[in-house]
Design a protein around this ligand. Structure first.
Ligand code: PLP
Length: 417
């Protein structure tokens, strides 16, 4: 009862204009127009608390971590490790040992491909991914598959942009060594039924990696509830800095995996005869970490928690529904990706106007969208198109911004008539 009250109070206190105040970049004019930033799937903007945390770190704590005995080093270490605890709590991992700081989703997936892949793949083994993966969840698997003479199997998607799960059931077998799947598609917006995929894979004893690059800022993530074995995300997609990301892995799996990179911090003892490795999570954090990035990410997670997904989800769903309905009314516009469950992303094309022309035209109106293949070329091939225009929403977007987008698109169709 109390919990419910809390949610109602919080919901009432979600005022998008107040949230926008936290993001200084949103106040600027672009080409003389108010900035309408709807390219959040590429990266999100940063709230003042994150900018202050970065500023404060370099002004008062900058030092190298873990090895120092002096005051600043201890302060930097404490802040960096506190950030690790924040990540652990944010995704409900069991232990800090399961939280590895990386440069981002791409590095996290490569870590699993090289470390887990090298250790577990043999000739003829298979890795399952899907048609809607970002290139960073395709290419690392191609590289390791080529090295180990293993093969990729692909879950296809239907015309709505949803995974065809019956096909997944046909390709999974005792040869499968890992399933690596995107949670929320960055080019279609589809939210995949990851719980179902995980339980089907686990029935064969196969671990599952979730690419949560997009999911992390749209949906609450509970790795214990999901029971995923690995999960990757980037700080910059969840209102944190670039150059920092997370690999979550179950401790039992990480323990068995060899280091991904060698260098300082990841060792226990080095001699020319033999090197022994540091314990988790440091075994996978060779060299000086992005200390400030980790601290900034921790602050970003605090910020998101203070707003609450119970507020973010209804607001973003409202935006998505409103935008979808409005865009459908525009002549010649076709939406790519109409899954029943979607988050934050609308991809669209026009019959006779190239997406890059649309993007350039919108830019003159101060509207920032993304055009291209969005690092998902197999999705473009599936829909027989070269590129899409993509509008993607975050918690600070408004219906007024969607109106600006829609009006600008109507002008585009007039100009190109
Ligand atoms: N996976 C998905 C679904 C993404 O959207 C992205 C980035 O757009 C990535 C992976 C790669 O993220 P990063 O470039 O931060 O490593």
């Amino acid at each position: 009862m109390n919990h419910k009250l809390n949610i109602v109070e919080k919901a009432a206190s979600f005022e998008v204009q107040k949230i926008r105040e936290d993001f200084p970049i949103l106040k600027q004019l672009v080409r003389g127009k108010t900035l309408c930033y709807i390219d959040n799937a590429a990266t999100t903007q940063k709230p003042m608390v994150v900018l202050n945390a970065i500023d404060n770190y370099y002004k008062s704590k900058n030092s190298n971590i873990h090895r120092g005995v002096h005051f600043l080093s201890e302060a930097a270490t404490a802040s960096f490790e506190a950030a690790r605890t924040k990540v652990k709590e944010f995704i409900n991992a069991k232990s800090e040992n399961e939280i590895i700081f990386t440069r981002g989703t791409t590095e996290s997936i490569n870590l699993v491909a090289y470390s887990f892949g090298r250790n577990n793949l043999n000739e003829g083994d298979e890795i399952i991914i899907s048609t809607m993966e970002h290139h960073s969840n395709i290419v690392p698997w191609q590289l390791i598959a080529a090295e180990k003479k293993a093969h990729l199997k692909i879950i296809p998607i239907n015309d709505k942009g949803e995974l065809i799960l019956e096909e997944f059931e046909k390709i999974i077998s005792e040869r499968t060594k890992l399933v690596s799947i995107v949670y929320v598609s960055n080019s279609l917006g589809t939210i995949n039924p990851v719980e179902e995929i995980i339980s089907k894979a686990h029935a064969y004893g196969i671990p599952v990696l979730l690419d949560a690059a997009q999911a992390v800022y749209h949906l609450p993530i509970d790795v214990q509830k999901l029971d995923c074995d690995f999960l990757a995300f980037s700080g910059h997609k969840i209102y944190g800095p670039t150059g920092i990301g997370i690999l979550y892995g179950k401790e039992t799996l990480l323990e068995k995996m060899p280091p991904f990179m060698g260098g300082g911090d990841m060792i226990s003892k080095v001699t020319f005869e033999k090197t022994t490795y540091n314990s988790l999570p440091y075994k996978f954090e060779a060299g000086t970490s992005n200390i400030c990035g980790g601290i900034g990410l921790g602050t970003a997670l605090d910020y998101v928690s203070s707003i609450g997904f119970e507020n973010i989800i209804p607001h973003e769903n409202d935006l998505l529904n409103y935008a979808t309905n409005e865009l459908k009314l525009i002549n010649g516009l076709r939406i790519i990706g109409e899954a029943d469950k979607k988050a934050g992303v609308i991809s669209f094309v026009f019959n006779n106007i190239h997406p890059h022309d649309v993007g350039t035209f919108l830019d003159f109106e101060g509207v920032a969208i993304r055009t291209g293949h969005h690092c998902t070329q197999p999705v473009m091939d599936r829909f027989n198109i070269a590129a899409t225009c993509r509008a993607s929403f975050a918690m600070y977007n408004t219906k007024e911004e969607i109106d600006i987008l829609v009006n600008a698109l109507k002008n585009v169709t007039e100009v190109f008539k």
